[in-house]
Design a protein around this ligand. Structure first.
Ligand code: V47
Ligand code: SF4
Length: 381
């Protein structure tokens, strides 16, 4: 398709016109071209291009799932400067530090026994005493209680620590967890791959190379995963393009990523609180550029507990085709960092309404994007 005469009349910059044509023709942007688009394009052009690709690929389909989280602990050996959630072991009497017992975790799983929930998302702080063996048994027991539940668990940061302590390779560690019943990996811990920024915001946890290596190993043993990108702090557009380029390269190699999830830095109660949160314009830009640049990621997800429901609705016109799940007020990472969603819970009906209100088609999916129910034609029973 040719760039229309309307675009030609509105965009006077020849290079922007050429890049727009390239995106419309589904040709891959180089890092330099991505950076040019990031720095020169109006938000309206990014929206147009991102929505064009989104609709070409998914039409109006907008995915959500029925899930909840378990955060076994917020005690963490690391000290990420943006984290509002973690506490040190010595602060255990602190009412804000928690460590769930196995029984508490199994009770949480059992409390969903009569509900058609399909996924549990398990992540937490990196606790010095919870290792590979502990989590292997935990997953085994969870699967015994609820065999149909998909277990999406552990960021690459938690996994790197577990494997190192257990003295096993990434592949060996992941295979043990897979055999216990783990289905996939969430995308956390990626933050920003650029080493100079990483050094300033989270220098003590797994490196960018280790994060990528862990996900490559997961894909090799047959576990798909997601990828995140923490934006709106010290980074600039070059760092965002570099981050996405490293992910795009790995996706070319393995094809194992399901979704890309930009995460907006929230500034309450952490060591980076002096940094102002970016505007909604920036949010829309980051998501639209993700859709445009990451041509080999099928799904761009807006995680509503972090970005809020209203922005999530807007983002459905800026490249996003997935809004995560019902969550059921089971995660504290974002409420503790100051998100407007202080009690993140949406019923399935609310998720369906949110999607329908902006003219999109609500599709319930499972954790690997098989379509389960099309709520544009079905009524929730
Ligand atoms: O890696 C922590 C982020 C991530 C803050 O894969 C913060 O489906 C902003 O990765 N401001 C963990 N972000 C959560 C995560 C995730 C969430 C939902 C779905 C999926 C998925 C993955 O939370 C961390 C870090 O990047 N984070 N603190 C903060 N103050
Ligand atoms: Fe620990 Fe994760 Fe918080 Fe970093 S972001 S301090 S690894 S809980």
């Amino acid at each position: 398709m040719q760039v229309t005469s309307l675009l030609k009349q509105t965009i006077k910059n020849e290079q922007l016109l050429n890049l727009s044509q390239k995106v419309i023709d589904e040709k891959r942007l180089t890092p330099a071209e991505g950076l040019y688009l990031y720095t020169h394009a109006e938000l309206s052009l990014l929206a147009l291009l991102a929505n064009y690709i989104r609709e070409k690929r998914h039409g109006n389909k907008t995915y959500f799932n029925k899930n909840f989280h378990i955060e076994p602990t917020n005690i963490c050996v690391y000290d990420c400067k943006f984290c509002s959630y973690s506490r040190k072991l010595r602060e255990k009497d602190d009412y804000e530090a928690w460590e769930l017992s196995e029984e508490q975790i199994y009770d949480a799983i059992k409390s969903y026994n009569n509900q058609d929930i399909t996924e549990v998302h398990i992540v937490g702080g990196v606790h010095p005493k919870m290792g590979l063996e502990y989590f292997k048994n935990l997953i085994k027991n969870i699967k015994q209680i609820r065999p149909d539940l998909h277990v999406k668990a552990f960021t690459a940061v938690e996994l790197e620590y577990m494997c190192r302590k257990a003295n096993v390779s990434y592949k060996e560690g992941l295979q043990i967890l897979k055999d216990a019943g783990q289905g996939s990996l969430p995308g956390g811990g990626a933050e920003i791959f650029d080493e100079t920024i990483r050094e300033q915001i989270c220098k003590d946890k797994c490196t960018s190379a280790q994060w990528l290596e862990m996900h490559e190993a997961a894909h090799a043993v047959g576990m798909p995963s997601n990828a995140t990108m923490l934006y709106g702090h010290l980074e600039n557009y070059e760092h965002l393009i570099d981050h996405m380029t490293r992910l795009r390269d790995l996706q070319d190699k393995t094809g194992g990523f399901n979704a890309f999830i930009p995460l907006k830095f929230r500034n309450k109660n952490n060591q980076m609180s002096e940094i102002e949160e970016v505007s909604i314009i920036e949010d829309l830009k980051v998501f639209a550029m993700s859709r445009i640049y990451l041509d080999n990621f099928n799904h761009i997800k807006a995680y509503w507990p972090m970005i809020g429901r209203k922005t999530t609705q807007l983002l459905l016109s800026f490249g996003v085709n997935d809004i995560d799940g019902t969550v059921d007020d089971s995660t504290k990472i974002y409420s503790m960092a100051g998100s407007e969603e202080q009690k993140p819970v949406m019923t399935s009906q609310q998720m369906i309404d949110l999607i329908k209100q902006v003219g999109r088609q609500p599709i319930e999916r499972d954790s690997v994007y098989n379509e389960l129910n099309d709520y544009s034609v079905l009524e929730l029973n």
